[in-house]
Design a binder for this molecule. Structure first.
Ligand SMILES: Nc1ncnc2c1ncn2[C@@H]1O[C@H](COP(=O)(O)OP(=O)(O)OP(=O)(O)O)[C@@H](O)[C@H]1O
Length: 318
């Protein structure tokens, strides 16, 4: 099968999707395992891959079917995890679960351990103790690229799209790499990948970014670059999307735009978002988890959290 046909197959008959890569050390955003892509998959992985690119609900269901008997209550879960850096205990005996199909926010003061938790979930960092489960299946032993292959996409705090490429090129490149594991030489055949480009354009339009299709990322505002970063992550077709401070460094207007963007895509994904801006968290979250000093101190709806005394104490010392 030629590369173009393979690209089509990957997009239309998504049985072999893998995450896009860190490439040549330039792009660092996106799917948890960006980069380290392996052509070989065992049968179980292939089953999960097939599930990865259908609807999120189907993927969640497939994940359950592939794992422990019965339905998993959580799409993603950390069970009794700890993380130590030398003598510094950053997370201790933390259990936290994220139900499928919801937008979960993680709140907490600086240094609470939120990003560390993300790193444990995606296996960018090994746990010191405890277990990580994806759709009820233990994945604590897996590598980050294997986590990504199971449908976890992550965009990082630091925007790192290819600034010199257009929106379309950024997105189709991510989609291509998701299919092909970041093999070298793709650029020599760019012109022949019309179908892949069409798919990328469709995604951009669906996300309301169609007007930037042929605009280099360097020519737009930082807020629009953050939206592109999310679009690039979505090009890998994750079921679970991890967003680390998607509105960091944005103006109020840009923040509103990113917030609306996330609200618009949320029906299609399980989203776990670290976010400091209270208005964003309160307005679009289905469930809010509050961390302090490496522990979960509260979880609930916006209303429940806003009334929670422990949360007030952690934030305001009340
Ligand atoms: N690789 C590391 N080595 C040593 N200590 C680390 C490492 N990564 C994080 N830490 C420490 O772990 C603690 C929690 O950091 P983390 O970045 O997870 O917090 P956070 O809640 O995401 O904070 P912020 O909101 O400021 O991003 C901090 O004290 C930090 O210094």
């Amino acid at each position: 099968m030629g590369p173009l046909a393979a690209a089509f197959r990957c997009l239309h008959h998504p049985g072999r999707a893998v995450p896009q890569g860190r490439g040549h050390g330039i792009v660092r955003t996106r799917a948890a395992a960006a980069g380290r892509v392996h052509a070989k998959t065992h049968a179980g992985e292939r089953r999960m891959n097939a599930a990865t690119l259908t609807s999120p609900a189907a993927r969640i269901q497939a994940g359950r079917a592939d794992g422990a008997a019965g339905a998993a209550a959580y799409a993603y879960e950390a069970r009794g995890v700890a993380k130590k850096f030398g003598a510094n205990v950053v997370i201790e005996d933390l259990s936290i679960g994220f139900e499928p199909g919801m937008l979960h926010s993680i709140l907490g003061p600086n240094g609470a351990g939120k990003t560390t938790l993300f790193n444990l979930l995606t296996r960018d960092l090994p746990v010191s103790a405890g277990e990580i489960l994806l759709n009820g299946v233990p994945v604590t032993h897996l590598k980050p690229h294997q986590i990504a292959r199971r449908g976890v996409g992550r965009s990082y705090q630091i925007s790192s799209v290819y600034l010199e490429l257009t929106f379309l090129e950024n997105v189709w490149l991510a989609a291509y790499r998701a299919c092909h594991g970041g093999r070298m030489g793709w650029w020599r055949r760019v012109a022949s990948y019309g179908e892949l480009r069409r798919e990328a354009g469709e995604l951009l339009r669906k996300l309301g970014l169609g007007q930037y299709e042929n605009t280099p990322a360097s020519a737009v505002s930082y807020g629009d670059q953050r939206l592109l970063e999310i679009a690039v992550t979505l090009a890998t077709r994750p079921a679970i999307l991890l967003l680390d401070e998607p509105t960091a460094g944005l103006s109020q207007r840009e923040t509103e735009r990113v917030k609306d963007f996330i609200a618009a895509i949320k029906p299609d994904y399980t989203i776990i978002m670290i976010e400091h801006k209270m208005n964003v968290v309160m307005e679009i979250s289905d469930r809010i988890h509050v961390m302090n000093r490496g522990a979960l101190i509260a979880a609930g709806t916006a209303e429940e959290i806003s009334r929670n005394q422990a949360v007030h104490a952690a934030y305001f010392g009340l």
